[in-house]
Design a protein around this ligand. Structure first.
Ligand SMILES: O=P(O)(O)OC[C@H]1O[C@H](OP(=O)(O)OP(=O)(O)O)[C@H](O)[C@@H]1O
Ligand SMILES: Nc1ncnc2[nH]cnc12
Length: 180
């Protein structure tokens, strides 16, 4: 494990049985409150963005906004929010997806992407992969290219990587930390 990985891991708090019994919630708020750790995280993700040749960062509501926006600024790229349904005022593309329990719907302003864009999707946690998969489907439906997905933490025991593989279609999934 690198020094940066050790620093990031030390600032993530495990909260048992949140938001429901049996879930070990990975709380990133201590990391966000620590400027050294938050800066290290932003720089690590920005360097992935540069390596993948991304032209745009897509951040997933809500924690993906907190991480993705500074990454976009740091890497000199535009930021595009993927929001939960009903929150974007313009013409949107919508994608429904299944969660462990129930389903959800996310949206993007397609006009913010073009066929020349290469998109890096940024989020804090990859769990079942449903949210990231749906966001890649939105990116492709907006006719942009997929540069990859970058997350702070992958919960490997939930097999999100395998679920994401078809939507990635050869693009990389970068996880700074892997748990389980
Ligand atoms: O891989 P998945 O099983 O799809 O889960 C991962 C998603 O779940 C969390 O977001 P959540 O929906 O809790 O929203 P929040 O960021 O608004 O808290 C997390 O920030 C990811 O976006
Ligand atoms: N265990 C977990 N901790 C934090 N965010 C999550 N999103 C989905 N599962 C999660």
């Amino acid at each position: 494990m690198t020094d940066i990985q050790r620093l990031l891991l030390s600032r993530i708090r495990d909260v048992a049985d949140y938001p429901e019994p049996g879930v070990m919630f990975k709380d990133i708020t201590p990391l966000l409150a620590d400027p050294e750790a938050f800066t290290a995280l932003t720089e690590a993700l920005a360097s992935i963005a540069e390596d993948t040749g991304a032209t745009k960062i897509v951040g997933l509501e809500a924690r993906g906004f907190i991480l993705g926006a500074p990454v976009a600024v740091r890497a000199g790229l535009g930021f595009i929010p993927v929001r939960k349904a009903g929150k974007l005022p313009g013409a949107t593309l919508s994608q429904s997806y299944d969660l462990e329990y129930g389903s959800a719907e996310i949206e993007i302003h397609a006009e913010d992407l073009s066929a020349e864009d290469r998109v890096l999707v940024v989020d804090d946690v990859l769990a079942t992969g449903g949210t990231a998969e749906a966001s890649l489907q939105l990116v492709r439906r907006a006719k942009a290219q997929v540069a990859g997905v970058a997350v702070l933490m992958e919960l490997a025991f939930l097999n999100g990587r395998a679920r994401l593989e078809p939507a990635l279609d050869g693009a990389p999934l970068h996880a700074l930390l892997t748990v389980g």
